[in-house]
Write a protein that binds this ligand. Structure first.
Ligand code: SF4
Length: 329
């Protein structure tokens, strides 16, 4: 399968000052993340708040520069930000956010919002832009009579549909969707997730789908990457990952989904404590202070992200058959 988007060793560190005396420290928001997104597929990035998902999205779009690593899009290195080449690439890479009201201009009608990117890029005549915008409103399931409404006159689900229509109008190859359904009611979430699938089948667009909620991505993702403190700790096909999660952190996330827990007859795993401060990442495996099966070596040796026989990637000493560690566990 060809690759549309490729990230290799992507990192973003921030210099910060901490404590009473303002000691210099490094905040590792993203710390060596690699993944591929094929055309017309969906990769979900999942993890708790602060794990680096949104920073990864901004790095992929070139909105912030990486401390290390590379992004390749449609076979080319991502151009430097604010250049003509970058703006051209950005037409093919759109982003949608959690809050559709914040993403829309309250002074513009729905039709104007959706047609505006064509206006900005001087694509087509006014009549052609209007026709294309109406076709996209239809594609996202909005009735023509809503075209003249303003964002505050729509429901949350309708606004997110407008945002999707606007993102699609320049025919992007990739949409980065940052928590696109988390502000919606649960009943509306399912409809919008169905829409993501429909639009992918119809327009061949790929999604980088970011969510703190593992159960949300189950419906839409072809590949799921679980992040913890700036790193991917497990990545694989959703069927395998939900059926038999390997990394102890993924196991805890999956066990928190009531339906999956019931079907698999599993107990819920409640993790102790909050995620550590990214300025003071624990030594060895960063998950060890919360890991229910940690062994002594986990405190000093950082597990590499390695492939299991079923093809999934896992960063855990126990997953890779270290006999001594299994015994100690
Ligand atoms: Fe737990 Fe050790 Fe595996 Fe980290 S490497 S997830 S601490 S068992």
């Amino acid at each position: 399968m060809s690759t549309l988007l490729s990230a290799r060793g992507l990192a973003r560190h921030y210099a910060v000052r901490t404590g009473l005396f303002g000691r210099r420290a490094s905040l590792r928001a993203v710390d060596g993340v690699s993944f591929d997104v094929p055309p017309a597929r969906t990769l979900a990035l999942v993890g708790e708040s602060g794990c680096g998902k949104t920073t990864t999205a901004k790095l992929v779009l070139g909105l912030i520069p990486p401390t290390a690593g590379t992004v390749t899009f449609e076979g080319e290195a991502l151009p430097r930000p604010n250049t003509v080449a970058w703006r051209e690439a950005r037409q093919r890479m759109q982003m949608i956010y959690q809050d559709p009201l914040g993403a829309l201009d309250r002074r513009l009608s729905v039709l104007r919002q959706v047609a505006e990117p064509l206006e900005i890029h001087q694509v087509g005549t006014k009549a052609e832009r209007r026709e294309r915008a109406l076709a996209l409103l239809d594609a996202v399931g909005l009735q023509p009579h809503l075209a003249g409404r303003y964002p505050h006159e729509l429901s949350g689900g309708q606004r997110q549909r407008v945002v999707l229509a606007r993102a699609l109008i320049l025919e992007p190859a990739l949409i980065v969707a940052d928590e696109p359904v988390s502000a919606l009611d649960v009943s509306i979430q399912a409809q919008v997730l169905n829409l993501f699938e429909d639009l992918q089948a119809r327009f061949g667009v790929a999604f980088l789908f970011i969510s703190h909620d593992l159960k949300v991505v189950r419906q839409v993702a072809h590949d799921v990457a679980v992040m913890y403190l700036g790193r991917i700790v497990e990545q694989g096909a959703p069927e395998a990952l939900f059926r038999e999660p390997v990394h102890p952190y993924t196991r805890a996330l999956v066990s928190a989904i009531p339906v999956v827990r019931r079907r698999a007859g599993r107990e819920r795993i409640v993790l102790e404590g909050d995620p550590p401060n990214p300025i003071a990442v624990p030594s060895g495996c960063a998950f060890h202070p919360r890991c229910p099966v940690a062994v002594a070596a986990c405190r000093s040796e950082t597990p590499a992200l390695k492939t299991l026989p079923d093809g999934r990637l896992v960063a855990c000493h126990l997953a890779h058959g270290d006999a001594a560690m299994r015994k100690a566990a």
